[in-house]
Design a binder for this molecule. Sequence first.
Ligand code: G6P
Length: 553
Amino acid sequence: MTLSARETAWARIHLLARQPGAGSIRPLFDADPERFERFHRKACGILLDMSKTSIDSEILAALLELAQASQVTARRDAMAAGQIVNQTEQRAVLHMALRAPRSAGFRAALPEGGYEDASASVEETLERMRQFTRAIHTGDIRGATGETFTDVINIGIGGSDLGPFMASRALWTVRSPMRPLYLANADAHNWEAIRPRLNPHRTLMLVASKTFTTAETMANARVVRGWLERNLGEAGARRHMAALSTNHEATSAFGIMPDRVFGFHDWVGGRFSLWSAIGLSIALGCGWDEFSQLLAGARSMDEHFLTAPPEQNLPLLLALITAWHVNGLGLKAHAILPYDHRLSRFPAHLQQLEMESLGKRVTLAGEPVRHDTGPVIFGEPGTNAQHSFMQLLHQGTTPVPADFVLVANPNHPYADNHRLLLANGLAQAEALLRGRTEAEVTAEMRKAGTPPEEIARLLPHRLFPGDRPSTTLLLDRLDAYTLGQLVALYEHKVFCLGALWDIDAFDQWGVELGKQLAKSILPELEPAGRVGEHDPSTAGLIARIRDMQGNPN
Ligand SMILES: O=P(O)(O)OC[C@H]1O[C@H](O)[C@H](O)[C@@H](O)[C@@H]1O
């Protein structure tokens, strides 16, 4: 049987992963004092250090071979050319068009044939967003009672919440023009927590939903619209509402004025949409210049991704590192550890970006995948993470690869704090690599005067295996431009992994079943409802909830 180039490349990866000592990192440093120099890359102002992984020259060559055999470059070019790369939904994938000038000429293939001019519609919407943002900030557009808007509440969930929330959290300062707030959870405790902070006369409400049918978002939008109406009347409330959506019919049915609807297209996936109209809360909250810089930074990463050779291409390299960890070494979790509090929502954004894109079990052709796909992504900002889950990364039974994001220069004057922060980030990665040997632990305990029997008792608990992989991304500073670069880097990493694994990284059928079942359970929870057909556990729980709420079963 002859193997395809892809199968041969995969076989090589698996072979390398089975070599004795594969997965070990410390010997690689011992053997090569230049390892850091040879295994870090710098592009777009981001330094990627992959020397603290077990990838050596041979493995990197094999991974690059896999990328070639998987046609990552050709697939990338097909995406940029606006071809239908989201095959199950028959859509082009053009978030890159959202941050490109019109002269870039992005076009989106239509399923019925022909193309639409993506760059033209992007430019038009951006201009409308810019004018609206300016008019809100100058007070040319005011609330129903003539007051200026001070707060903007973005009502959305998933990609219509996580990206804008993450970016606003990173970019907002006390000097920013408006306060951006985010309401996502269908649990009205979320709204109850936000409401006391808002003055209806000064609050602008954005309903952010690509489809404008998402149950949670529509429920929250109705609640907030009701609050505005009670305070301002129906006509007054309309002056406080705008929509960010592709569904113009539904926005108008909801009562949003057509000139307050900022659209985008189905070639923008939810988790890639913060650069589109969905990012309006970033522009309103943090300022138009910040939003423009965010787009410009992402654009610079796009240019890098589209032109840099594979061995220098940061998104591809990040993807190959993950493929090595997941498929070579069988490591199925991945931690995101930004050592910058402004990035505190970054892990949450990447959870959706990576897990919704890569949590797939069939190939583009619908065949079961032959390799594991997306790892579990989780994370917290450092140093908080160190005081919660880092124990497992250091001493748990399975290594968990981690991305450390370090920022050399802060945007605050507290130099001591910043040194403490960086020292901790560097130390965590060093500790994962280095570990702690029996000799080291014993020497330290002896020095502290610990009796021998106590040393013997505690020794196993105090050992660190080390040799645990991490990747470091080092930025000079974090601002709108570099944030754009960082987020786009991960977007393209996801694309590359989709290509390596031959899966559709742009659909999300896996979220549908739960939504459907929730619809059928909903009436069963009404006071006069009845428990329907379910598995015994679900039926039992519904019955107990009805009991607790004092409703008959
Ligand atoms: O923007 P919307 O249409 O309201 O969708 C919001 C989110 O919900 C969906 O269920 C998807 O899983 C996400 O990809 C999407 O971002």
